[in-house]
Design a protein. Structure first.
Length: 310
């Protein structure tokens, strides 16, 4: 009897330890979603290669009377703990032209392969002029169709140096975009592991000019990265500070101070800087873990009862 009682006590203690381990795993490895706003964005225009739009409230893509393209960069991933696994990453694009009632446009996303910086040009009057969108005379350092830093450093290829093949495509109708093909998951994962290779994304669209919200507008309309990730309990790294370089002997221009704030909740119109959490394992995953723990405890209790009754 005493040996059996001791054995039962040991088994019971091991079961408690197993339950504690599972509890620690649940608390240290959680799924969460982060909405990340841009640290820099701008639009450039084929019909007006020496015009700029860095600080306007809107971004433009489309081919109405000359192509308009949008550059956007995300650099602050400090809310995502180091060592996290990126499960998915998608752009959130919002149609801000409320008068537009045409067919949905397909917006293709390309990886930019050289660094650039947001300039200082502000648009006084922001409206669709029926041609190429709102623009203004560029200031020093503004990206334009011909220059990545006006007026000293040109793009190797006019219209922004970027990959030839899109990594993802989105359909944009009268509200928010929906994914069509491809994924930004691999791209965002590479930015987290090698931030110095993060030069941002280029948006292009064939069809009517579309107006998107820039980082200067309200949160609900901003272009954003929506990232689903699973943390491993690591700490959040500080954001990098990339610069736009023109190569040997060329001046460098620091990227403008990011105003993006990691927002763990659905962005609310007119707010800026709110944070919250949608973290936690899915209901199915939690239910599976709980059932497993219960099964272990039941098995141990049965063994204990058998030992006592013998």
């Amino acid at each position: 009897g005493s040996n059996l009682t001791a054995m039962a006590r040991v088994l019971f203690q091991r079961a408690i330890c197993a339950a504690l381990v599972v509890s620690l795993l649940i608390s240290s490895s959680q799924a969460a979603t982060a909405t990340i706003y841009a640290s820099a964005d701008a639009s450039v225009y084929a019909a007006n290669p020496a015009r700029a739009n860095s600080l306007g409230s809107y971004l433009w893509v489309g081919t109405t009377d000359g192509e308009a393209r949008t550059l956007i960069k995300f650099t602050d991933f400090s809310a995502i703990p180091s060592g996290s696994t990126i499960n998915s990453a998608n752009l959130r694009l919002v149609n801000t032209d409320f008068l537009y009632n045409g067919a949905a446009s397909t917006i293709d996303v390309y990886v930019i392969n050289t660094d650039w910086a947001e300039g200082t040009t502000s648009i006084a009057l922001e409206f669709d002029n029926g041609k190429t969108g709102a623009d203004a005379s560029p200031g020093s350092g503004d990206p334009t169709w011909s220059h990545k830093s006006y007026n000293t450093i040109t793009w190797t290829t006019a219209g922004v140096d970027a990959a030839l093949t899109p990594v993802a495509s989105y359909s944009l109708g009268t509200a928010e975009s929906t994914p069509v093909s491809g994924s930004l998951t691999t791209t965002v994962s590479s930015w987290l592991t090698s931030p110095l290779g993060n030069y941002g994304l280029l948006l292009r669209a064939a069809g009517p000019l579309r107006r998107l919200g820039s980082r200067e507008t309200i949160d609900a309309n901003k272009v954003a990265l929506v990232i689903d990730y699973t943390s491993s309990g690591g700490s959040s790294p500080p954001p990098p500070t990339p610069v736009a370089s023109g190569g040997s002997g060329a001046p460098t221009k620091p990227v403008s101070a990011p105003r993006n704030v990691i927002d763990f909740t659905k962005p609310a119109p007119g707010t800026d800087g709110t944070t919250g959490s949608t973290g936690g394992l899915s209901a199915g995953a939690i239910a599976g873990i709980v059932c497993g723990v219960i099964a272990v405890l039941v098995a141990v209790i049965r063994i204990v009862l058998i030992c006592i009754l013998r």
